[in-house]
Design a binder for this molecule. Sequence first.
Ligand code: F6R
Length: 260
Amino acid sequence: MEVIIQPDAESVARVAADVFTDYARRESATLGLATGSTPLAMYLELIRRHRDEGLSFARCRAFLLDEYVGLPRTHEQSYYRFIRDNFTSHIDIPDDDVHSPDGLADDPTAAGLAYDRAIAEAGGVDVQLLGIGTDGHIGFNEPGSSLRSRTRLKTLHPQTIADNARFFGDDESQVPHHVLTQGLGTISDAGHLLLLATGSGKADAVAATVEGPVSALCPASILQFHQHATVIVDEEAGSGLANADYYRYAFENKPAWQHI
Ligand code: F6R
């Protein structure tokens, strides 16, 4: 695992955008997209590069990590709509190539299986962007999630409902209680995991992810098992890392040929 500590959230976004830019320049790439507030600055930077520097996503396709159950794609808080509004409608990725779990499916179990099949048929996700919850969740795999889980229905933890109420007029009763999320096994199948965290509220979760035991209690700790996992944090989110000096040293002394 590579841990990159940046001075602030803007630099986190820039470094993450550099990684995504490298994938977008490939002959074709399958991007795994996350919602939430953390990746927004990276999406803005990619939109700017598309507009000002001609960065094209025309040969990319995308799979979202998760979706609320019960919200149509047109609902302004559905994750499909969120990604469209904040990223994909501002770049040249074909609309039909942006996929999300079907939150309105009559049979969520079948919808989860179908989603995993679609990812596999696309050749797998090349780079999966991840945010992290204050309780260590990735996607919506709350603490206790099976480390090999596949895309399936999950019940949100009350803490996550409270955290996300800000997107629903600060009204927790408006936040759907169920979601379809890529499982930890599904996420682990991606070729490269790129986890971003900013702000002091994420410091404990980041420390548990990087330096704690691999445990279902901190779902993000599965990154420790992945052969290509990158964690990019700002100083605040990295403030709980015991080995911070070594991560800085390793990044500064990275061989020029070795990409992130
Ligand atoms: C979003 C997602 C969640 C968020 C996490 C952090 O698709 O799957 O795991 O990444 O809840 O959210 P923010 O970035 O809003 O703190």
